[in-house]
Design a protein around this ligand. Sequence first.
Ligand SMILES: [Zn+2]
Length: 199
Amino acid sequence: MAALASGPGLRRLDLRRTCGPAPLRPGAFLNPLRLRILAVLGLAMLATACVDSTVRPIENTHTPCQPLVIVPPANVTVAELLSIDDAIELWHGRGAPNLTREEVPGAPHVPLRFETAAGMFYGIYLDHIGELVINTTLTDRRERAITIAHELGHVMGLVHIARTTRTSLMNTGNLVTPPQPSDTAALAVQWGACPPAAP
Ligand SMILES: [Zn+2]
């Protein structure tokens, strides 16, 4: 695991550019638990949409036009729940009216958990297993919500958009931009425009 943390694999991933620009702190990876989390996430990120979705298609994507249940961990905090609900609300009316935390019979689930990962990324979609991970170093409610909304974008098949192309929720390292009309349009290209969710 130490080899992964300090070897060429991480350098090649250039994590700050891909999933979040938060600076790495010297020695931050020396903690054994962090090393283990880093190894697991690092391996996962080799195959995650947050690294480079141009390499291969994102796996385990879900249509925004059917119910999709976001499942927080059992130990979720009130603040984290608020951000999850904010993220869901950010997408409602912007192309994804069926995201929910409420159980819906037969609907797919997307587990979401919070991990501390030394600020190396804000959030990732582990698309090969269909799970979201959000970094606990994000403590601002709005920034955490934007990050969750961004990762939900990956869940719905959206790829990264370069800032030089346009301002988008799907800009890498984005902590401020909510879903834009162009993001709604990108969803509609993939899935067709969704009718409003049933009341
Ligand atoms: Zn991303």
